[in-house]
Design a protein around this ligand. Sequence first.
Ligand code: S3P
Length: 170
Amino acid sequence: MEHVKKRNLILIGFMGTGKSSVGKMLAEMMNYTFVDTDSYIESKAGSSIPEIFASSGEEVFRQLEQEAIQEILQGDGQVVSTGGGCVLRESNRVAMLAGGQVIALTADADSIIARVSQDPNRPLLQGNVEERVHTLLEQRKDVYRFADLTIDTTDLTVDTIVGIILGHHR
Ligand code: S3P
């Protein structure tokens, strides 16, 4: 029987694992549309992720994120880069597995800290970044495991990661 390709490629992973950089290049190479759940939420809400967290709190953000996932995954031929906490709701995990091939990107704590330290736009990493990353990584250590494919990006370039995914998605 001919192998039937899944409809979308969905990137999951902790903050700073490279979902956006990898997703953009992957979408270009595959001629798929690139969609980022955070950008989708921001344009729909008309405010930035930090503003949503500050004015409405994390639960409201998670609700918007759930709606975004449901809506985006109605579509086809997309590379979807998700927010790092998107995997926390079971309904999102179910929707992602049904909506395409799920690829998890991982990285060690030091690489994550180095990558996110440059960026002030992550509400969950306010305060002591190192401490926040270690705490959240521990809390989330099992939640990315449902993926169809997992790639440790610690020592890999974006090009190499994209190559691995393309090789897997034939
Ligand atoms: C979050 C990750 C962020 C963004 C929000 C919450 C998380 O996305 O959705 O700040 O809970 O891990 P990135 O993974 O793209 O940074």
